[in-house]
Structure formats: structure tokens, C-alpha cells
Write a protein that binds this ligand. Structure first.
Ligand code: AMP
Ligand code: MG
Length: 344
């Protein structure tokens, strides 16, 4: 299959392009499109065959449910079996990088929820995503548009690298503004629980829902996560990765890089603006200013993909403290590194 990349300008969205992409979705085909978090691999969320095709195309484990994307809150009521007061409070954060888990309605195919009785819903803010969903007039199932296990795609070329020849169309709307995935909150049981940390932080949402808690697995690495997607190897670059956190992190990376280089290895380094000039720029990437967590989350996945393209043998990365957005960033980084973190 030939994969067509269609450029689309966010500030001047071409309706014909949106219509073309929406017709593919209505025919049961897959279309990758930008959202404010990462690029999504979209399919008609009410068509089981189309959703099965998402799993095949991404090589996604069948027990990892999909998020359905809507373009207005009205669409929600057919898809879920009840909307409680907590959900209504969270609607203030919609459209935006927040996914809410509800008890599902009968309309939802089993393949979407991996056989479970709950469904994940997101109302994205990205104008291209919204216009596409509106034109298709369907809930759109859209996991990240990467091969499962790889870093999430934040631009059309990342999607092309993973899915070229497997899907008919990629809408190219430039870089995703945020760069890490949505926060997933479960409202289907008694206590609202964050299952996946994301752009909206625990601290921020707790101001809205005072009894909010974090899934046990986000506090204790030995607990089994409630969100199936959290248990898999994820976001992984091709090279082995080690993370260092704390005051001595950079100096340790510096020493270890030297030792690996003496053995003839190509060492990739992830650090920040204040130290980047101390290492050879060839395989080092700065994730911005040390205290700018938004910039860091925006750049992380694209930096990991760049490491792949540079074919480094090992990646030594500076991590951050797990507060606010740092919690979400470290959630992704630790999975990238298969839990290999040293606190110094
Ligand atoms: P992605 O594959 O990037 O779209 O991520 C979707 C995330 O949402 C994964 O971690 C899924 O496991 C999680 N998710 C989707 N639906 C549900 C659900 N019904 N219950 C719990 N987690 C879900
Ligand atoms: Mg994903």
C-alpha cells in the first residue's frame, strides 16, 4: 500500500483534505493525524474490523484497550453508561490532554475496550483532530501512531518511519505541541484514579477532585497497573538506555560516556542547555532548559527517535525529580530505559 502524506496547515485548514481523510475513516480505513499530545492512528471506533486493523498495524497487544476521540461533549452520552459529577467537573479541562474512563455503553465494540466494561474517551484540543472527527461524525479510536513499544510519534515523519506502506494516509500538521500523551483518569469506580500521568498533573487535577489518587502502580513499581498499556515495554529507543537523577547525574554521565567511548561505543547523551557544551555535540541532545519541564516533554520522544537515527550503541540520560510534570516525564523515561535509573 502506498502511504500518502498530506500537508495541512493548522491556521488555514483545507476542508477538502479533511473530507478526504474523513471518507477513508468512514470506509473503515486507517488515517494518522496530529493531536496536541502525539500523532494518533485513527479508525472508526464503532467498526470492529477497522479497530482490529489498528491492533494489527501497530502490533499492539490485544488486551490493551483503545481511546475513543470525540469532537464535542454531546458525542459522549451515547458512548458511556453514566456521567457523574466528577466527570462534569473535569469537562473544564476538555478539549485537552485528558482521557476519562467511564463505564461503557452497548454501542462500543469489544475490540475497543479489550473485552472490558469500561471505555476511555478523549476530546482533543488540536484543531485538525477536531475538524477530522467532526467531519467523520464518528468517535475515532486512536492510539499513538507508532509500532507498539517504540517512542510515540510527535511529527508526520515519525509516523512514516514506523507505518510507511501500512496505512493509506498521514495528515501532516507539523509538530505536536505537547509531545507526551494525555493523562488517563479512571472515573468508573468509587475513587477517581490517575492510571497514566500526562500533561495535566496529579497536583493540578487534585485541585479539582480533592479525593483524587494515583494508581498504586505509579507509586510502587512492583504493583500491577490498572491500565493495561502501562505494563508493556514502551517508548523504547533501539539502544539500551540508562537514566541518572540528582546533583551528580551529569558528571556521572560524563565519566561513563568517556569509558564507553574508550571501548569504541557510540554514546548518545540526553542532557540540558546548561551542560550540553561540555560534551561533544555529535551524539548529544539538549532537552532544553533544566527547569523547563514543558519543553522537556515536548522534546523527549523526538530526541529518542533521533538517537535511533544516529544509531548510537547506548543512551545516557539525565532524568528529573518526579514532581508535577516531572512525574509524567519520568514515567515515560523509565519505560524507555526498562526501569534502569540511578539516583545520585
Ligand atoms: P495509547 O496506546 O498511547 O493510546 O494509550 C492508551 C492508554 O489508555 C493505554 O495505557 C491504555 O491501556 C489506556 N486505556 C485505554 N482504555 C482503557 C480502559 N478502558 N481502562 C484502562 N485503561 C485504558
Ligand atoms: Mg501509545
Amino acid at each position: 500500500m502506498e502511504t500518502i502524506i498530506k500537508k495541512i496547515q493548522r491556521d488555514n485548514i483545507d476542508q477538502e483534505t479533511i473530507k478526504e481523510a474523513a471518507s477513508l475513516l468512514k470506509e473503515g480505513k486507517l488515517v494518522a493525524f496530529p493531536t496536541e499530545t502525539v500523532y494518533g492512528l485513527g479508525a472508526n471506533g464503532l467498526n470492529p474490523k477497522a479497530c482490529e486493523n489498528i491492533f494489527k498495524t501497530k502490533n499492539r497487544p490485544a488486551d490493551n484497550p483503545l481511546i475513543l476521540h470525540i469532537s464535542n461533549i454531546g458525542m459522549l452520552y451515547n458512548l458511556v453508561s453514566g456521567v457523574n459529577e466528577d466527570a462534569k467537573k473535569l469537562f473544564d479541562l476538555w478539549p485537552g490532554p485528558l482521557t476519562i474512563i467511564f463505564k461503557k455503553s452497548k454501542l462500543i465494540p469489544d475490540v475497543v475496550t479489550a473485552g472490558g466494561d469500561t471505555v476511555a474517551i478523549r476530546f482533543p484540543k488540536d484543531e485538525i483532530a477536531r475538524r477530522l472527527i467532526e467531519e467523520a461524525n464518528l468517535p475515532i479510536a486512536a492510539p499513538s501512531a507508532n509500532i507498539s513499544g517504540r517512542p510515540s510519534p510527535t511529527k508526520a515523519s515519525d509516523v512514516y518511519y514506523d507505518l510507511n506502506g501500512k496505512i493509506p494516509m498521514i495528515l501532516d500538521g507539523g509538530e505536536s505541541q505537547i509531545g507526551i500523551e494525555s493523562t488517563v483518569i479512571d472515573l468508573s469506580s468509587e475513587i477517581p484514579t490517575i492510571l497514566r500521568p500526562g500533561f495535566y498533573t496529579y497536583e493540578y487535577i487534585k485541585e479539582i477532585l480533592a479525593n483524587l489518587k494515583l494508581d498504586d502502580a505509579l507509586i510502587d513499581d512492583n504493583k500491577i497497573p490498572k491500565s493495561p498499556g502501562q505494563k508493556y515495554k514502551h517508548y523504547a529507543p533501539k539502544a539500551k538506555m540508562k537514566i541518572f537523577v540528582g546533583n551528580k547525574a551529569f558528571d556521572t554521565i560524563y565519566q561513563q560516556a568517556k569509558a564507553y567511548e574508550e571501548k569504541g561505543l557510540k554514546v548518545g547523551i540526553l542532557t540540558f542547555d546548561d551542560r550540553i557544551n561540555e560534551v561533544s555535540k555529535a551524539y548529544a541532545i539538549s532537552l532544553g532548559q533544566r527547569d523547563d519541564l514543558r519543553q522537556m516533554s515536548h522534546m523527549l520522544f523526538s530526541a529518542l527517535r533521533k538517537m535511533d537515527r544516529m544509531k548510537v550503541d547506548i543512551i545516557l540520560a539525565e532524568g528529573v525529580s518526579e514532581k508535577n510534570l516531572g512525574k509524567s516525564i519520568m514515567n515515560r523515561m523509565k519505560k524507555s530505559a526498562s526501569g534502569n535509573v540511578e539516583y545520585l
